[in-house]
Design a protein around this ligand. Structure first.
Ligand code: MOS
Length: 753
């Protein structure tokens, strides 16, 4: 196994399964979310009215009845909304996170449920009631509301998400595929999906002079600040963004949405705090989605299962008004060896709101399809799917020809085989039955790139020995407060209960926030740097201060352990030291630069998923029976929060395989199942037994902590293990997700009673 020895320091706090430091606040309802924040001054409440057409323009809009309704303070439409900059072309280079996002800017409707009015009233109920009184006549244009009938119009985007290459080609794919004795050529369809975080998008805006404060629900403070300042045309320093607790984001809270812009505009007009939230229904059209995709996967192999050709071609929906290109085939570029390969991404313009990053953008739908295709190849070759993957393990990144920083995919598979009891897998599909239930096992690989960004943090210590670590990072439910507390305490050598981490405020040092699975490593490294700098200050003072009992001791003989500054035989408490040298407290800043080791190495976290399903042979009902994920993701910063996060991702994979689909009305462009009653997600009853474990790893090419991102790793490939188990149970290959019973029933094997 190619792991490096895990590096730990004396106090061993990093990695421990420490309980969430904010857990009690959350379960007792004391962690305040944006909409719950009480401003100084009575807030007014905004309610958004959405467009009832998918494309066209507002012909007439009559707000008179709404304006006269009880409690109404203001009705804002495109006729009276404050001037905002033009939105600009669908694609602008670079500043997607920070571009102006004007709302109610003109009479044009570019997607169904686009905001066309904001009613502000004394209460939420009054605003909602009055919003229904606005009369709107539309001039409707025909729009494009499906991908399938417009595949011929697909275009090639200049780049795909995160600036990755749209297409890649190595060797001669066409020739190798044509020559291969065993081939798979399959088309998969993955649907629109929605993030649906528990906490809706919500903002409280208040002004003090020319300064705006937004209490909002966001993953990335700096993006909201930049986007709002660009839209309102005020300097970023005049926008303070506060977001200490966030009830989930999953990529849907990386840019400002209509509620933030409208709250800010209305609060400025009224000189009064204004709260606006998207309703659950409004989130479906207005807060991003995962685009729907058609994925063509072609594999060519010899009879021993050695791949000679890998092709992954994707057609995905995008919005006419703003391009978003998921990097769906990019995992395929690094996963298995084959001398001849191609990947491509094409987009079909639709008249919907823009797609947004949704947990493992690209990798999640891409691996769902690709890892099913690998299973199809294993079936065609009559090779165990794990053996097939082992035979195609690359020793270098197969497209970039650089070494992997670490790659423990095989170790994950082998550990999973042992723990899951893979040897008991039914060798023949549809061959095992318990009563009227067909049983099947499936597996898949997981791969997710590791990213690292520039970040900064501050650490301070008081004469009471209390430590505060600050940065504008967010905790979107992932456990950031907890891991940063562990990192700060271990780095400084102080007890964990003397450390308080403060996040989610634009007045704190800047980080890239929560996104791309870089949050823990990036903000953690910044906190590590700040605490290291603070520790150096403390140690220097201890050996230099006149009255210090440690005066004159060499730096390398000094350390801080459990809140005590120590040298052989001598000690003083950190608190006493601070009291002596800086009674007003001492602080230090730390900064880490964006890493470029991803250029010299192929840097990914890996994993293997295993699933067992039961399929009712009369109704086709699919039930997950158990699931296991084994992951190698560098050093794990907190064994408990990491496991929870990975399990969360795996459960989402179950949803992608079996349940989730945003259904669009192809005539009108509306997402019709726009609530959690009709948009199905995996709930407790769908997930009886699921576990995630780790293979020990330390990646010294990633960051000072040796960790890798895990937020998105759990969903990568997870659904494919479930889909492959459904195949193993039934012998039916469904390539259109989600796999619902109606897709199984026509082909279900007849089982005698
Ligand atoms: Mo993530 S989809 O970058 O929040």
């Amino acid at each position: 196994m190619a792991t490096n020895a895990a590096k730990t320091t004396a106090s061993h706090l990093i990695g421990q399964p420490v309980d969430r430091v904010d857990g009690v606040l959350k379960v007792t309802g004391r962690a305040k979310y944006a909409y719950e924040t009480a401003p100084s001054g009575m807030p007014a409440y905004g309610f958004i009215r959405g467009a009832a057409i998918g494309k066209g323009r507002i012909a007439t809009i009559d707000t008179s009845a709404a304006e006269k309704a009880p409690g109404v303070i203001m009705v804002m439409t495109h006729r009276n909304a404050p001037a905002q900059p033009e939105f600009g072309p669908p694609r602008i280079k670079g500043p997607v996170f920070v571009r102006a996002r004007p709302v109610l800017a003109n009479d044009q409707v570019t997607y169904f449920d686009q905001p066309v009015a904001l009613v502000v009233a004394e209460t939420f109920e009054a605003a909602r009631s009055a919003a229904a009184l606005i009369r709107i006549d539309y001039a409707r244009d025909g729009g494009v509301f499906d991908v399938e009938s417009h595949v011929g119009d697909a275009y090639r985007p200049e780049t795909i998400n995160a600036g990755m290459a749209t297409d890649t080609a190595v060797g001669n794919f066409d020739q190798a595929f044509a020559d291969a004795p065993v081939t798979i050529n399959a088309e998969y369809r993955t649907p629109f999906e929605n993030h649906c975080p528990m906490e809706p998008h919500a903002t409280l805006a208040s002004w003090s002079g020319d300064e705006l404060t937004l209490h909002t629900s966001t993953q990335t403070i700096a993006n909201i600040r930049a986007g709002v300042s660009a839209t309102l045309q005020i300097p970023p320093e005049k926008v303070r963004v506060i977001s200490p607790y966030v009830g989930g984001g999953f990529g849907s809270k990386l840019i400002p949405h209509a509620e933030a812009i409208l709250a800010a505009l209305a609060a400025r007009s009224l000189r009064r705090p204004v709260k606006v939230a998207l309703t659950r229904q409004q989130m479906f059209a207005n807060a991003g989605h995962r685009p729907m995709m058609l994925q063509s996967i072609r594999l060519g192999a010899d009879r021993q299962g050695k791949l000679s050709a890998i092709g992954h071609d994707v057609v995905s929906s995008t919005a006419r008004a703003e391009e978003f290109a998921e990097q769906t085939a990019t995992s395929t570029r690094s996963l298995y060896a084959a001398p001849n390969r191609r990947t491509s991404h094409r987009l079909v313009r639709m008249d919907v709101h823009r797609g947004e990053w949704m947990r493992a953008p690209g990798e999640a739908p891409g691996m769902l399809a690709f890892e099913c295709a690998m299973d199809e190849l294993a079936v065609a070759l009559e090779i165990d799917p794990i053996e097939l993957r082992i035979r195609n393990e690359p020793d270098r990144d197969p497209e970039r020809n650089v070494p992997f920083s670490t790659r423990n995919l095989i170790a994950c598979m082998r550990e999973g085989v042992r723990r899951f009891g893979w040897d008991k897998r039914p060798a023949t599909p549809a061959s095992r039955r318990e009563g009227r239930t067909l049983i099947g096992y499936g597996m898949s690989s997981a791969i997710r790139p590791n990213y690292f960004q520039e970040a900064s943090a501050r650490a301070s210590i008081s004469k009471d020995g209390q430590v505060i670590a600050q940065c504008d990072m967010t905790d979107i439910g992932t456990g950031t407060y907890t891991i940063l507390t562990q990192i700060a305490a271990e780095t400084l050598g102080v007890p964990i209960d003397t450390v308080k981490v403060q996040l989610g405020d634009s007045s704190f040092p800047r980080t890239p926030g929560s996104g791309g699975s870089w949050g823990a490593a990036t903000s953690g490294s910044a906190v590590h740097a700040a605490c290291t700098a603070l520790k150096q200050k403390l140690l220097e003072a201890a050996r230099q201060h006149e009255k210090s009992p440690l005066k004159g001791v060499n730096t390398d003989e000094l350390n801080i352990v459990d809140g005590q500054v120590l040298s052989a035989g001598r000690r003083m408490s950190v608190a006493d030291l601070v009291g002596m040298i800086a009674p007003e407290g001492l602080s230090a800043d730390g900064k880490v630069a964006a890493a470029d080791t991803y250029k010299t190495y192929s840097q990914h976290a890996f994993g293997a998923h295993f699933a067992e399903v039961g399929v009712d042979c009369d109704t086709g009902e699919i039930r997950l029976r158990r699931m296991l994920g084994v992951f190698a993701a560098g050093r794990i910063l907190n064994a408990k929060t990491a496991r929870s996060q990975l399990i969360g991702g795996m459960i989402w994979g179950v949803g992608a395989a079996l349940l989730e689909e945003g259904v669009i009305d192809k005539r009108y462009g509306q997402f019709v199942n726009h609530d959690l009653a009709e948009y199905h997600v995996a709930v407790n009853a769908d997930v009886p037994k699921v576990d995630a474990v780790f293979v020990e790893e330390y990646d010294d090419k990633t960051n000072p902590l040796g960790s890798k991102g895990i937020g998105e790793l759990g969903i990568c490939g997870a659904g494919a293990s479930v889909a492959n188990a459904v195949y193993n149970a039934t012998g039916i290959r469904v390539r259109e997700f989600p796999i619902t019973l109606d897709k199984l029933l026509p082909d279900m094997p007849l089982v005698a009673i």
